[in-house]
Write a protein that binds this ligand. Structure first.
Ligand code: FAD
Ligand code: MLT
Ligand code: ZN
Length: 479
């Protein structure tokens, strides 16, 4: 079928704003966020309603055209970009961005899946509530993408991942069936929890068109501190102490090595001089909506205890909103700092908290014996056992070629180490197309078989994001 024949049925279905055919405009959708891969498509479809999504899916299934759902295209694993065949169409949810309803009493928000995360946070805040999902890409990622990747981020230690925030869903299955379960119930034990199938499914089971998300009371008080760690500080023990003493008010425990802090500092025009200790630094935050608690007092007491243990050399408690913002800015600018330098090979690993120090020690030796000149940028959501153990691309080398070399050698050693410690090669970024081979390498065969059966039940013809995660039973490849 020629390209124009592919697109014709969709043109009849959507208004002119709903079909993008101009190659220049298409190009912004076919390249992944890290510019490691460019796929090909004949069109980007932008439905405005759930009914249009269902009609698109039915037509695509009829013509045997594959579909790649896309939100903000900020994912790190190439899951939102089509393959090179030109036979997959991108379905972008960007025109479906409404806030449908906020229920302050039930503490829930119902949204279109194309709503930008930041806009949903803002809408919740305007009603005096918090959407407790926060990540560096929040100004451009969309709720459907957050569900597709089961996004984590900066407050998981308190509120959990996207999975933990999802109360209800609306989604279109691979044959056009609409699953409509936009309830805001906390309890609903009526059979399989179908909505959870879509979480982390990266567009392979259907297109999410709406979601109901759990909200929390909006914190009115925060205590934010920057801790400089002593040499060889046992990070997991520090976390245990802070967690225990924070009375469940700990919302953030973000670890950063001094190299990562320097990268962020170099990317900021007027950077704060916070620095790190020999063991790195940790950004800690407590938050509460209660007017009856003095969080600064609590934080000061906890920090004093932490300093007494010898884990922490020095700690700075933010004295103003601008000091707090400066601390956060430094943490959140690390990915940009890596990018400006020439990028990084990202390793989004997680291990049980009890093994985090062991991972750092073993991985450090592996990197040194692989190439003593390699530079690392190590930081992450240690409160969740999640490290971004990134290898910096040297300034003068080809980024793509270097990434391929590291990913086929050193990365596997690092993932082997994480796996041997009971960990995983992808804590929060997903599998997509880039990490599919790792799923085959590290997952229990029974688990992969179960995943393929789920995929087969939802999408036997492999219409939905073929090439990501797993293929159905009887499909082209083993995984
Ligand atoms: P996309 O990239 O568009 O899509 C992601 C996947 O979901 C794809 O497989 C796609 O097919 C599928 N999908 C998209 N929309 C739908 C839908 N409506 N229905 C079904 N499937 C769909 N991630 C974290 O977890 N934690 C972080 O701290 C974090 N920080 C980041 C910081 C930066 C600077 C950047 C650039 C990225 C970061 N990410 C982080 C990764 C990324 O932002 C998340 O994975 C995010 O959830 C992706 O959302 P998106 O809308 O961009 O999805
Ligand atoms: C983060 O935590 O900042 C991201 O998940 C990691 C990254 O952007 O590399
Ligand atoms: Zn992260």
């Amino acid at each position: 079928m020629s390209q124009s024949v592919h697109v014709r049925p969709f043109r009849d279905l959507l208004d002119s704003g709903g079909v993008v055919e101009d190659p220049e405009r298409i190009a912004t959708y076919t390249m992944d966020q890290r510019q490691l891969f460019t796929g090909s498509t004949f069109a980007v479809l932008k439905p405005a309603t759930t009914q249009q999504v269902a009609d698109i899916v039915r037509l695509a299934a009829h013509y045997g055209i594959g579909i790649v759902p896309q939100g903000g295209n900020t994912s790190y694993c190439g899951g939102a970009t089509p393959d090179a065949s030109g036979r997959q169409v991108i379905v972008s949810l960007e025109r479906m961005d409404r806030i449908r309803e906020i229920d302050p009493v039930s503490m829930s928000i119902s949204v279109d899946a194309g709503a930008i995360l930041k806009n949903v946070q803002d809408a919740a805040a305007a009603a005096g509530l918090l959407l407790p999902l926060s990540l560096g890409a929040e100004a451009s990622c969309r709720i459907g993408g957050n569900i597709g990747t089961n996004a984590g981020g900066l407050s998981v230690v308190r509120y959990g991942m996207t999975r933990d925030l999802l109360l209800g869903i609306e989604a279109v299955l691979a044959d056009g069936t609409v699953v409509s379960d936009m309830r805001k119930l906390r309890k609903n034990n009526t059979g399989y929890d179908v909505k959870q199938c879509f979480v982390g499914s990266e567009g392979t089971l259907g297109i999410v068109t709406g979601a109901v998300l759990r909200l929390a009371p909006l914190p009115t008080r925060r205590a934010t501190a920057w801790l400089k760690l002593a040499k060889d500080a046992p990070i997991a023990e520090l976390l245990t102490l802070i967690h225990r003493e924070s009375a469940y008010l700990l919302t953030t425990f973000e670890f950063m090595t001094s190299r990562s802090i320097t990268l962020a500092t170099e990317a900021i025009t007027d950077p704060p001089s916070l620095g790190a200790g020999p063991g790195g630094a940790v950004l800690v935050e407590f938050a509460s909506s209660s007017r009856h608690l003095d969080l600064d007092e609590l934080m000061e007491a906890v920090l004093a205890e932490a300093i007494e243990t010898g884990c922490v050399d020095d700690a700075l408690l933010a004295q103003s909103g601008s000091q707090r913002t400066a601390m956060w800015r430094l943490r959140e600018t690390i990915p940009e700092g890596e990018k400006r330098r020439n990028g990084s090979v990202k390793h989004d690993i997680s291990v049980p908290l009890s093994s985090i120090q062991r991972f750092l020690d073993l991985a450090g030796s592996q990197v040194r014996s692989y190439d003593a000149d390699l530079e690392l940028s190590v930081y992450g959501h240690v409160g969740d056992g999640n490290l971004h153990y990134n290898v910096l691309v040297p300034r003068d080398v080809d980024r793509l070629e270097f990434t391929k070399r590291i990913e086929s050698s050193l990365s596997l050693q690092l993932y082997d180490t994480a796996a041997a410690l009971g960990g995983t090669f992808s804590a929060e970024h997903g599998v997509g197309r880039f990490k599919k081979h790792l799923l085959a390498r590290y997952s229990d065969p029974g688990r992969i078989a179960a995943m393929r059966r789920i995929k087969t039940a939802f999408d036997p013809a492999d219409i939905m994001n073929a090439g990501a995660i797993v293929c159905p039973m009887g499909g082209k490849s083993a995984s």
